[in-house]
Write a protein that binds this ligand. Structure first.
Ligand SMILES: *Cc1c(COP(=O)(O)O)cnc(C)c1O
Length: 367
């Protein structure tokens, strides 16, 4: 196997789910496993975690299909925007549709009627994200329509928060108030309320009053907090360690710059420069050039010279580091937050960009 790989601790993911469940109980849990389980490897993560969760959430219908092909039996919500021509796939793979517009809901109902099947849907309200969903001020017509659609089963109703991780809760509370206003539709008519869900990771942490019937943890399920300044209320830990091995080790003289563009060179005395077989095509962002650090023999060393597509170099100083020695790119003291800072982005983008070329190795309780 390739010496550069992402080691994913499944036991830690299970602990993370348990910690989130203890915090939100009796609300149900639907971890989001979109984008290859936030880069962790959906083929290992989803089948392992299925017994411990109530539903699984993805963004794309294609991701839902992949889960069924992996043998997942629990309900799967496709949360992203869906095109009408994709609707037959929801029957074929028993996926739950996010009905985010009257047109989509009507099309689903017609298709269900003509094929003599039923479609499971969650209604999506837009309370201030301005992405997909029906605005709360147009909710009444949409919910009336949903009652008239006799071939769909409206199992849920939800909205998505735009600033849930912010210390200032004002916007989240406004969104919450708008969602409550939508729910009054059912109360006024004494109708049963479908399963209500609002909270992503930020909401789970910041808005206990918004846990409702289910929560949708993404980044928090993977042990990463959605923002730096948040109180560590739920004891989750990162589950992924990005590992590699030294592929080359040499002494470089001052005056001989390292890598493309000659952006770094040894000052004063010769240095040991080691090469790591991982690059920006693996998701080790080129933007981290001369900023990133790695751990070798338990010690932090600076990345130096332009990060290449498939390799990057590390200044090992005077240390005796040899070909084949273990290197840690993430974990062992290097956090997703560190990588995000070096790359000028957030932890979500760091994790979801670890590319398909990096094998995922699942450890812990592998089924
Ligand atoms: C991705 C996603 C989430 C999870 O967001 P996190 O911030 O990672 O917790 C929740 N709900 C929906 C609809 C999403 O698309």
């Amino acid at each position: 196997m390739r010496p550069t790989y992402l080691e994913v601790n499944l036991t830690q993911l299970k602990k993370n789910v348990e910690a989130i469940r203890a915090h939100v109980s009796p609300a149900r849990i639907m971890p989001m496993v979109k984008a290859n389980a936030y880069g962790h490897g959906v083929d290992g993560v989803a089948p392992f975690i299925e017994p411990y969760v109530d539903m699984l959430g993805v963004a794309l219908v294609e991701e839902g299909i992949q889960l069924r092909q992996l043998g997942i039996r629990k309900p799967i919500l496709v949360a992203g925007g869906t095109l009408i021509e994709q609707l037959p796939l929801f029957f074929k793979y028993d996926l739950t549709l996010t009905a985010s517009s009257p047109d989509l809901l009507t099309a689903a109902d017609h298709l269900a009627e003509s094929t003599r099947k039923r479609m499971k849907v969650h209604l999506k309200m837009d309370t201030g994200m301005e992405r997909v969903g029906v605005h709360e001020y147009e909710a009444e017509g949409f919910l009336d329509l949903s009652l008239a659609c006799k071939h769909v089963d409206v199992e849920g109703i939800y909205t998505h928060l735009a600033n849930s991780e912010a210390a200032d809760k004002k916007y989240s509370l406004l969104q919450l108030e708008r969602f409550q206003e939508v729910l009054r539709f059912y109360e006024k008519r004494s109708l049963p309320v479908p399963m209500r869900h609002v909270c992503n990771s930020g909401g789970i942490l910041n808005l206990p009053e918004a846990h409702f019937d289910m929560v949708r943890p993404g980044v928090l399920f993977y042990g990463i907090y959605p923002a730096r300044d948040m109180e560590r209320k739920i004891d989750v830990k990162p589950a992924a360690v990005w590992k590699s091995k030294v592929a080359y080790s040499k002494i470089t003289q001052p005056g001989r710059p390292v890598s493309y563009g000659s952006l770094w060179q040894a000052e004063g005395s010769p240095r040991r420069i080691v090469t790591i077989p991982c690059g920006y095509a693996d998701g080790y962002f080129r933007r981290m050039t001369n900023q990133a650090r790695v751990i070798i023999h338990g010690k932090s060393h600076p990345q130096v010279g332009r990060i290449c597509m498939d390799q990057f170099m590390v200044d090992a100083g005077d240390d005796d580091i040899r070909i084949g020695d273990d290197v840690i790119l993430l974990g062992g003291g290097i956090t997703p937050e560190d990588l995000a800072d070096w790359a000028g982005t957030n932890e979500y983008e760091v994790m979801t960009n670890i590319s398909a070329r990096v094998p995922r190795v699942f450890v812990g309780e592998v089924q």
